[in-house]
Design a protein around this ligand. Structure first.
Ligand code: ADP
Ligand code: NI
Length: 219
């Protein structure tokens, strides 16, 4: 199989695997991350095959929906790529990216850092989909899925969470802005990613301002 056939096969597999997924982590999330990845990759010297496969496979079994088990996604991705006879080196790189790109893993102080240009591109592409208008929609969709409060002025955001606390948190969705979404713009790796993130960040700030005004009956 040539590279574009591998990517096509992977798209079919991911669409099938994510059927019925929560709205913020469904095939359309993957499609947006894949498109962002190709956009960011234009300005970076990276393997298009590695970033494409990583973007497509990065959320096939999110631990949030598998009782916190972080090994399911990488295992499924590895089995799938091996079934297509993808070169070992490519499989290893893709799996290392999937295991290491998530925000919660960056909260784990004991983790040995893994970092390549390819990881940086896919991580930025995923982060862009967590902020801005889409990011807001995804956060509230996830909060609804988990039956969280929209906002509760008596529950303050926790900015010092460990990875385990972050995974267990049941805080209102507005807190997630302070605990993750507003932190992402300063964590971007690529130049293009930083620029897009800055605009989306400003949009979230404007959104929050209006949210509190409406909450307080000021409009
Ligand atoms: P990662 O998979 O990069 O570690 P998360 O699992 O924290 O990131 O979140 C992925 C997306 O899921 C977030 O960008 C957000 O849209 C949604 N999400 C996760 N946790 C929450 C939460 N506590 N409240 C609202 N949305 C959340
Ligand atoms: Ni994702």
């Amino acid at each position: 199989m040539n590279d574009s056939e591998l990517v096509e096969e992977t798209i079919v597999f991911v669409k099938e695997t994510l059927r019925g997924a929560e709205g913020g982590h469904d095939w359309f999330h993957i499609q947006r991350v894949f498109n962002n990845t190709l956009l960011l990759a234009k300005d970076e010297n990276v393997s298009i095959l590695v970033v494409s496969l990583s973007a497509l496979l990065h959320d096939i079994a999110d631990p949030k929906f598998h009782n916190g088990d972080e090994s399911v996604g990488p295992r499924l991705a590895k089995e799938f790529l091996e079934s297509l006879n993808v070169a070992d080196k490519v499989v290893k790189h893709v799996i290392d990216i999937i295991k290491n790109m998530s925000f919660k893993n960056s909260l784990d102080k004991n983790r040995k850092p893994f970092n390549t240009k390819e990881l940086q591109v896919v991580q930025d592409a995923d982060r862009l989909d967590a902020i801005g208008a889409i990011g807001i929609a995804r956060a509230f969709n996830y909060g609804g899925f988990k039956n969280r409060e929209l906002y509760n002025p008596t529950i303050a955001p926790n900015l010092k969470m460990t990875k385990e606390e972050y995974k267990k948190s049941v805080a209102p969705t507005i807190n997630h802005f302070y605990e993750k979404l507003l932190l992402l713009k300063d964590k971007m790796n690529t130049k293009t990613g930083k620029k897009i993130a800055e605009e989306r960040h400003q949009f979230m700030l404007a959104y929050l301002k209006q949210f509190y005004e409406e909450w307080n009956g000021q409009l």
